[in-house]
Design a protein around this ligand. Structure first.
Ligand SMILES: Cc1cc2nc3c(=O)[nH]c(=O)nc-3n(C[C@H](O)[C@H](O)[C@H](O)COP(=O)(O)OP(=O)(O)OC[C@H]3O[C@@H](n4cnc5c(N)ncnc54)[C@H](O)[C@@H]3O)c2cc1C
Length: 380
């Protein structure tokens, strides 16, 4: 097997790295950069504008929407470099990768001309209103209700764990428009402008660090019918397609590998002895990062060849969570007593690995899907 990057990808990556070295404030360069803190979310707007100026915010978008139709491999090179520095795009990552493409695929011309230009310019924050207190993994059981009243929907219900809900200008919201229907039927997507009368946003402190988690409480919030994305009651298909634009998702393994390298370099430059136990932990973590990388490349290759989503995506996701966890363990071993300090490298990595195993579909669910879809085992 011959496996390597093409020369134009390597040149592109070099340009991105040079830009990041020059532009990112110093705290982004270390293993303890905080994804989702208020300070960093504010910085992300400025940073996304700079990326947009270079055509690097939405390079994979079609040219009619301001993109350059960049290949999935180009996008992967960009994503790896950005993720390894702590993902300075912040919420813009979500906009560029699936909210924008979903609006391209299902939006009316009015929705497209209103919502897409600010996304490609990098100056808007969206949040994703999916999870509810009793509907996380089992998202199709969601109960937030949108009732038709003339030219508006009246929304009542509660969303939870909404990242960036406190700073977002819009919410990509999943609601139940047909209360008689069950599960996947009768769900619609609304594009809600924020703030809105009747919408309360409460920030929730979380163990994952300074990440902004929020609860959104809807009490008779009125949303124009023209803000519905796609056909009424058929939102499940819209959102499934939207999330399939993500496929492999964030290249978390790149961040994990960056943190591992930093821990090793710090130990070596401090002349700290790495004993057999530490060397084993490093070996295991490094192998996990490499496994996640190769499995992710398999998914990118499928996307580059326009193949439909496959269980390789679940395997890549599961491998990334393992890589994050094993790097956390390696940091605990390498950094010794320093790991007890709040804000230490290991502390950050443990929190990141906690989030990795829950956000965007839990680790356990990925494993179930691998057994069912890849191995063909019956549903448990
Ligand atoms: C950093 C972060 C950011 C997030 N941002 C957002 C956001 O912006 N918007 C949003 O809507 N949500 C967001 N979430 C929420 C996330 O999508 C949910 O936490 C996730 O879907 C799991 O749902 P839950 O928390 O209700 O857990 P549950 O679904 O209650 O699961 C609890 C446990 O049970 C296990 N479990 C559940 N069902 C099964 C099953 N069938 N088989 C095996 N095990 C199972 C799970 O793996 C898990 O360990 C975010 C979460 C994190 C960590």
């Amino acid at each position: 097997m011959e496996f390597g990057w093409e020369s134009d990808h390597l040149a592109y990556r070099d340009d991105v790295v040079a830009f990041l070295d020059e532009e990112l404030p110093s705290h982004w360069h270390g293993a303890t950069a905080v994804l989702g803190s208020r300070e960093n979310v504010a910085y992300s707007r400025r940073f996304a504008g700079l990326l947009a100026e270079r055509g690097w915010l939405t390079p994979h978008w079609p040219s009619e929407y301001g993109g350059e139709e960049a290949s999935p491999w180009m996008l992967a090179a960009l994503g790896e470099e950005l993720w390894s520095r702590g993902e300075p795009r912040g919420p813009q990552y979500m906009n560029a990768n699936w909210i924008g493409p979903s609006i391209m695929a299902h939006g009316t011309p009015e929705q497209q001309s209103r919502y897409l230009p600010p996304i490609s310019a990098g100056n808007v924050v969206w949040c994703q209103g999916f999870s509810e207190p009793d509907s996380g993994t089992d998202l199709a059981s969601l109960r937030t209700r949108a009732e038709r009243d003339g030219a508006e929907y009246v929304v009542n219900g509660e969303k939870i764990w909404t990242s960036y809900g406190d700073v977002a200008e819009h919410c990509y919201l999943l609601v139940r428009t047909d209360p008689q229907s069950e599960r996947h039927q009768g769900i619609s997507v609304l594009l809600v402008d924020m703030p809105a009368d009747g919408l309360e946003v409460n920030t929730i402190p979380g163990v994952v660090g300074e990440h902004s988690f929020n609860e959104l409480v809807f009490r008779d919030v009125r949303v124009p019918v023209e803000n519905r994305l796609g056909p009424e009651h058929e939102g499940w298909a819209v959102v499934r397609e939207a999330l399939s634009f993500e496929r492999v998702g964030a290249p978390r393994w790149a961040r994990a590998a960056f943190v591992l390298n930093e821990a090793i370099e710090a130990a070596l430059s401090a002349d700290r002895k790495l004993d057999e136990v530490a060397l084993q932990a490093i070996g295991v973590a490094k192998s996990a990062c490499e496994a996640a990388r190769i499995l992710s490349y398999r998914v990118i290759d499928e996307r580059a060849r326009d193949l439909p989503p496959s269980p390789h995506g679940n395997m890549a996701r599961a491998a990334m969570v393992q890589a994050e966890r094993l790097v956390a363990e390696a940091c605990l071993t390498i950094d010794g007593p320093e790991t007890l300090a709040y804000g230490s490298r290991a502390d950050h990595q443990v929190r990141k690995s906690l989030a990795a195993g829950v956000a965007a579909g839990t680790y356990e669910v990925q494993l179930n899907l691998i057994s069912r879809l890849h191995l063909g085992l019956p549903k448990g």
